[in-house]
Design a binder for this molecule. Structure first.
Ligand code: NAD
Length: 435
């Protein structure tokens, strides 16, 4: 099939590459000319494991192409996916201006039947709005259908998630459009759930909010573990062995961050509010998330007494491992808080340092070539992202090069007993405090 993706970021580019990989002919559109130039030059603008090779291979086989022209994209694909940003507004509600703009742009280019698929994460009822907008701006009589097809990929394993999804959700009201969507996803071995548009849209916000709820739940438990002397890792293991609950998303830590969870939870709260059915449980999920971050920083302050001029190493800048994405990263928030209090921060991240350099706070932060370099002469080390590399650092060498032996492990990555055996004062999350 000939498919078009409008918006070639983390979701659009990865989706485009995977759809090409299974045999479709895909045109990826983006209005960021620099991004398209980079892609046409054979480079990819983001780090995502396996993506670069997949893009290269499908460009060579001419199944994947790039353009800045929406018109070219609309003429090309029989199915047109929208994968543009849906950022939060200050009140938490979703800024839908990117979606609305793309809907107008598609509408004016429509000449014959197309399926317009919303892959961006949008509030329930957005599909109806998109359909009205396209109808208003399109030539009289031109046929089209709007479908919701929310995306569940996780950055860091996006290629694998798209190639082997848990489920594919397709929300639509037209048999013609649904038949075409089934054909798009025929090459994938995954259960397909067909719903109406509103339900599909709601599934995405409800799913992300539930995952955030699990994170906040275990983080709240982690605080109880700290004051009672229990070990949250064991508690999570014990809870997670119950198949009704499951172990995933029960990792106590610094709280959720990234480009999706904070905005999607805020959005779901705002959507519920607008519909007149306030979702107070999710407000508590947010409160716990903020509290977890504050508690961690308080522990750092408590141990170091004064942060001003203290040399602090931070391992990790991306919002999670295996990605270079620093959007709404808790690790970056930690760095910002330390810098604001006058600490002398040296950071290291295996993949995210380039993207970090675009943030204002980077001007006040030194970047190191390796985890050990970052820790040289440091009076404390903060582990802010659970990159696997950090778990295998030689603790004896780390102890030798640090000025003071303090580790704040915000992701419970290290073994506390091993760290203590090497002479470190170790503080994890929900598993004991500094001696
Ligand atoms: P992104 O910022 O990485 O990519 C969006 C792209 O759209 C950018 O390259 C931008 O230049 C382009 N764009 C904006 N307006 C455009 C226009 N009018 N025409 C053409 N291109 C345009 O964003 P993302 O992370 O890929 O997220 C996209 C959507 O997918 C959001 O709604 C997000 O919530 C959702 N989502 C993201 C993830 C994730 O892990 N990143 C997972 C699931 C769903």
């Amino acid at each position: 099939m000939k498919l078009t993706i409008i918006g070639s970021g983390y979701v659009g580019l990865t989706t485009g590459a995977c759809l090409a990989e299974v045999g479709h002919h895909v045109m990826c559109v983006d209005n960021d000319a620099r991004k398209i130039e980079t892609l046409l030059a054979g480079k990819i603008p983001i780090y995502e494991p396996g993506l670069e090779n997949m893009v290269r291979k499908n460009v060579v086989s001419k199944r994947l192409q790039f353009t800045t022209s929406t018109e070219e994209g609309v003429n090309f694909g029989e199915v047109i996916f929208i994968a543009v940003p849906t950022p939060p507004q200050p009140d938490g509600s979703v800024d839908l201006s990117f979606i609305e703009k793309v809907a107008r742009e598609i509408a004016v280019c429509l000449d014959s039947y197309r399926v317009i698929v919303d892959k961006s994460t949008v509030p329930v009822k957005t599909g109806e709005r998109v359909a009205h907008t396209i109808r208003r701006y399109a030539k009289a009589g031109v046929e089209f259908d709007v479908v919701s097809n929310p995306e569940f990929l996780r950055e860091g394993s996006a290629v694998d998630d798209l190639m082997n999804p848990d489920r594919i959700v397709i929300g639509g009201n037209s048999d013609r459009a649904l038949a075409l969507m089934q054909k798009v996803y025929e090459p994938f071995v995954a259960p397909v759930l067909v719903t109406d548009i509103n339900s599909a849209e709601l599934i995405k916000h409800a799913a992300n909010s539930f995952l955030a709820l699990k994170i906040s739940y275990i983080n709240a438990v982690s605080e109880i573990c700290e004051v009672s002397g229990a070990d949250v890792e064991k508690v999570a293991e014990g809870i997670g062995m119950d198949k009704r609950i499951g172990r995933s998303f029960l990792n106590a830590g610094l709280g959720y961050g990234g480009s999706c969870f904070p905005k999607d939870i805020a959005a779901f709260i705002a959507i519920a509010e607008q519909l007149g059915t306030p979702f107070t449980l999710l407000k508590e999920v947010q409160n716990i998330n903020t509290h977890q971050f504050t508690r961690f920083l308080d522990a750092v302050r408590e141990a170091l007494w004064v942060l001003k001029e203290k040399k602090i190493a931070v391992w990790g800048l991306s919002f999670k491992p295996n990605t270079d994405d620093v959007r709404s990263s808790v690790a970056v928030n930690i760095v910002e808080a330390l810098v604001a209090e006058g600490a002398d921060v040296t950071a290291y991240d295996p993949k995210a340092m380039e993207k970090f350099k675009d943030l204002p706070v980077s001007a006040k932060v030194k970047l190191a070539e390796s985890p050990l370099e970052a820790a040289r002469g440091a009076e404390a080390l903060i582990i802010a992202t659970e990159w696997a590399d950090f778990a295998s650092v030689d603790l004896a060498e780390l102890r030798n090069i640090m000025r003071a032996p303090l580790i704040f492990d915000g992701r419970n990555l290290l073994d506390p007993t091993a760290a203590q055996a090497y002479g470190f004062q170790y503080r994890g999350i929900g598993r004991g405090t500094l001696p």
